[in-house]
Design a protein around this ligand. Structure first.
Ligand code: FEO
Length: 407
């Protein structure tokens, strides 16, 4: 666990978490950080929490002491969001201190009680404040459905620090550099992709609420944005606001100037056409990503499709339906409400089609509103005339994606 000063009277405790499935689902190849913040006036508050790898309260105790905080003097636990990656430490904390007040929204209060049996809770509403003394005044600002209904921002008025919890967070472990002004270009790119992975895996279903939360953050004019995951933005908080604004557009069909080929092949017939398409994309100078299902994790798949301006689906018919790993991927994208992509599908069949029927069913059932170029299906291996049609489809897709590019 690292301890860092964010501003006078404000510290961050941060730790990397690896080798977990985030939310029990998402394989996070590059880990994630959990960030907790301590605000000290005459009274002391902890905003969200981390306790350390060992889950032992004494470890937290030691870390707090090292930044000059006596855990016995902690008066308030501010729960911006009840998901246990931020709140799971409460029961452990109680082992070292038992007379604290939890501060949270009404929606969170119900869950704090049901998850942890806590009942000393102050429920806050929009604009409520907590004066810690020595100029440290916190105000509270619900941002419901980011991404749970209970979530709120906490804002420290003196330093204009926005504690945004999941909002403006990213996946990705942090090394020595935890502030935006310390990041080298490779780390900026790393956290941009990990931000996309985080937004698309965890948050994107709730994009309409996230857009409201972006607007709320903009109106606050924070000097520092301190999220619950990933770097703290103290030099240019507008950067992460702009990134999240762009991500919200990716959720609705925009994307980077790149194509993603979401594909699977049983015995290499569809794969032959994928190879052919790669040649076209290279010839046309179009950047592309290849995701072979089911070899790629759904975390990687959702993030990569999400950030792309155009999608090629290459998948055969399997038992009168769409090749199941590709169908599962599309269902996941539908569940995440990733809408409005321009797309093109081709694929092989043996004795009967059926892939196309299931593709349409998935897109319609999930109201994905993807804009498809007419599909190309071929019997067995793709022949010359099939490849001519595939090339025409790819060229149409490249033309159509131009309207979707937002970098
Ligand atoms: Fe980082 Fe929704 O928890």
């Amino acid at each position: 666990m690292k301890k860092l000063k964010v501003a006078d009277g404000i510290h961050m405790l941060t730790m990397n978490v690896e080798d977990i499935l985030f939310e029990g689902i998402w394989e996070i190849a590059n880990g994630v950080t959990l960030n907790s913040y301590i605000v000290q006036g005459e009274k002391t508050a902890i905003i969200d929490g981390v306790i350390g790898w060992d889950g032992i309260p004494e470890t937290l105790y030691r870390n707090l002491e090292e930044i000059g905080v006596d855990p016995k003097n902690i008066d308030y636990l501010i729960v911006n969001h009840m998901e246990p990656d931020h709140s799971g430490w409460i029961s452990n904390f109680r082992k070292i201190k038992d007379d604290f007040t939890i501060i949270c929204t009404d929606r969170a209060a119900k869950m704090v009680a049901s998850f942890y049996g806590e009942d000393k809770i102050r429920v806050v509403k929009e604009g409520d404040t907590l004066d810690l003394g020595k100029g440290k005044v916190l105000s509270f600002h619900p941002v419901p459905n980011v991404h749970w209904p209970d979530t709120m921002y906490t804002y420290e008025r003196g330093t204009k620090t926005l504690f945004s919890c999941d909002m403006f967070g990213t996946f990705g472990r942090m090394g020595d550099h935890c502030f935006d002004d310390e990041l080298v270009p490779e780390e900026i790119d790393f956290f941009e992709f990990e931000g996309i992975r985080y937004y698309s895996n965890v948050m994107t279903t709730f994009t309409p609420s996230l857009i409201k939360a972006i607007e709320k953050a903009k109106a606050m004019g924070a000097n520092i944005i301190a999220p619950g995951h990933g770097p703290v933005y103290r030099k240019n908080p507008q950067k992460i606001i702009d990134d999240y604004t762009r991500f919200s557009q990716y959720a609705k069909g925009a994307g980077k100037n790149e194509v993603t080929i979401l594909w699977g092949s049983m015995y290499g017939m569809t794969a032959k056409a994928v190879d052919f398409v790669e040649g076209i994309l290279q010839r046309e100078g179009v950047k592309y990503n290849k995701l072979e299902m089911p070899k790629v994790s759904h975390s990687e798949m959702v993030a990569t499709v999400f950030k792309s301006a155009a999608i090629i689906i290459a998948a055969p018919t399997y038992e009168y339906n769409l090749f199941p790993p590709v169908a599962a991927a599309l269902n996941e994208l539908g569940r995440k409400k990733i809408t409005g992509k321009v797309a093109f599908r081709f694929g092989s069949y043996g004795w009967s089609g059926g892939a196309e029927k299931e593709l349409k069913e998935i897109i319609e059932r999930n109201r994905m509103n993807w804009n498809f170029i007419e599909s190309v299906e071929f019997e067995g291996a793709p022949k010359g005339e099939d490849l001519v049609k595939v090339e025409a489809g790819v060229l149409k897709l490249i033309e159509k994606m131009k309207d979707k590019v937002v970098e």
